[in-house]
Design a binder for this molecule. Structure first.
Ligand SMILES: CC(C)[C@H](C(=O)O)[C@@H](O)C(=O)O
Ligand code: SF4
Length: 466
């Protein structure tokens, strides 16, 4: 019987099976950021341990950085302290750090792939729930907590239970205005935010093969929002070509050798799955969330669902309506927005900015809407400026900011105020997520955010497309 990619990566990295039934896995890449690492460093220092493999540990700063200014010390004292701690911990332990202003800083899940650190067949962990993003390359990548960060710093291994695998086959070709963000929002709406618990999601099928790497990153990014431990796409030629020439990818003959290994890690055609689901993307429309979890989403042309239509989720739906101030049965189109946010590790990459700019070219943001773009990394920002995207955004009335997580979770000065409603290209719409307890978030693709910014309300992006 064939093996899945998960089986192959697991078998290659297992160093022991523990009495608990968990496996001790060797970790190929440990990404760290300023929010979840300081305590872990303190714990290993207390025990007198050194960082086991500084060469396999890479740091960036993303959550707390301001996006308007570039001066130190940071205005927010707590943020400055966190940045200093990361500078100290990385320097003392000989860990590579893509610091703010280095030209390579950015959201950890944007930086790993763009530097070529993320490669097929690896195990990758980070103290961050969206680590599944890296699965786009055919890596087994998942988020860990602070005590696990401690374990990985000290031993470069981790005790972890092997998940089951659900193969999710996306068939067909998408219509106009439908992107990877719509695939994943539709999937989570269908299987629910807990549907993936205990599973790794393998995304497969012609629609996935047709996605570029950035689309695959968007897709894998939100695996955790569907409850899955991780998500991955089998490596193929698209993966290999993306990695060619990247700073941390092998070069010369070593690259071809690596490519052969990468491709061999893909699931075998006769691999066995614990479950299988299929979605026809040709019938999908642009998606938008109306609630307070990422599973509460619908097609943009649909009417807001009645709570009773969710046998298990009526209570959550009622809570969502109470918070959002929307009315079941009404169209979602026409919902007024106050803020448009383009960015995050879901949709803050160059292709995301291009797709939004494509809608904004020659148009203006509606009066009263506060709109801003936060590139996912300093490198994305520079690349976008090189092709003039910054001008398109600014001419349209968007603010062009520095790189970071920004209003995805508002750990920096970018936040909603009061009951403001934001059209956001990020991944979470939990109550309070964007910095105001009464603030509201609707998740959608970056092109849909751009269209909403122009109209001043939720609208169908396809009307703005040729
Ligand atoms: C701050 C960090 C630990 C958190 C996460 O784990 O995902 C953040 O990135 C988020 O998106 O909520
Ligand atoms: S962009 Fe958002 S989801 Fe991604 S790591 Fe930052 S806060 Fe988390």
């Amino acid at each position: 019987m064939g093996k899945t990619l998960l089986d192959k990566v697991w078998d290659l990295h297992r160093t022991a099976t523990l009495p608990s039934g968990e496996d001790q896995l060797f970790i190929g890449l440990h990404l760290i950021h300023e929010v979840t690492s300081p305590q872990a460093f303190a714990m290993i220092q207390e025990r007198g341990c050194a960082v086991s493999r500084p060469d396999l540990t890479v740091a960036t700063v993303d959550h707390i950085v301001p996006t308007r200014s570039v001066s130190r010390p940071l205005e927010d004292e707590l943020a400055e302290e966190m940045l200093r701690a990361l500078e100290r911990n990385t320097a003392e332990n000989g860990i590579r750090f893509f610091n703010w202003g280095s030209g390579k800083q950015g959201i950890v899940h944007v930086v790993g792939p763009e530097q070529g650190l993320t490669q097929p067949g690896m195990t990758i962990v980070c103290g961050d729930s969206h680590t599944a993003t890296h699965g786009a390359f055919g890596a087994i990548a998942f988020g860990i907590g602070t005590s696990q960060i401690r374990d990985v710093l000290a031993t470069q291994t981790l005790a972890v239970g092997k998940p089951k695998v659900r193969r999710i086959v996306f068939t067909g070709a998408p219509g106009k205005g439908v992107s990877a963000k719509d695939y994943i929002l539709a999937l989570i709406a269908r299987l629910g935010v807990n549907g993936g618990i205990g599973y790794a999601y393998e995304y497969a099928g012609e629609a996935i093969e047709a996605l570029d790497m950035e689309g695959r990153l968007t897709l894998c990014n939100m695996s955790i929002e569907g409850g899955a431990k991780c998500g991955y796409v089998n490596p193929d030629r698209v993966t290999v070509e993306y990695l060619r020439g990247k700073p941390f990818a092998p070069s010369g003959p070593a690259f071809e050798q690596a490519a052969e290994f990468w491709l061999s890690m893909a699931s075998d055609p006769d691999a066995c799955y614990d479950d299988e689901v299929s979605i026809d993307v040709s019938s999908l429309e642009p998606q938008v969330t109306w609630g307070i979890n990422p599973g509460q989403g619908i097609a943009v042309t649909a009417s807001l669902p009645f709570p009773e239509s969710f046998p298990d989720g009526a209570e959550t739906a009622r809570a969502a309506y109470a918070h959002m101030g929307l009315t079941p049965g009404k169209p979602i189109i026409g919902t007024k927005i106050d803020v448009a946010f383009i960015g995050s590790c879901t949709n803050g990459r160059l292709s995301d900015l291009r797709s939004a700019a494509g809608i904004l070219k020659g148009r203006r943001v509606a009066p009263g809407v506060r709109a801003f773009v936060v590139p996912g990394s300093e490198q994305v920002k520079a690349a976008a400026e090189l092709e003039g995207l910054d001008r398109i955004f600014m001419d349209a009335g968007f603010e062009w900011r520095g790189a970071g997580c920004s209003m995805c979770l508002a750990m920096n000065p970018d936040r909603l105020s009061g009951r403001e409603l934001s059209a956001s290209s990020s991944n979470r719409n939990f109550i309070g997520r964007q910095g105001s307890a009464s603030g509201r978030t609707m998740l959608m693709s970056p092109a849909m955010v751009a269209a909403a910014a122009v109209r001043g309300e939720i609208c169908d992006v396809r009307e703005y497309m040729p």
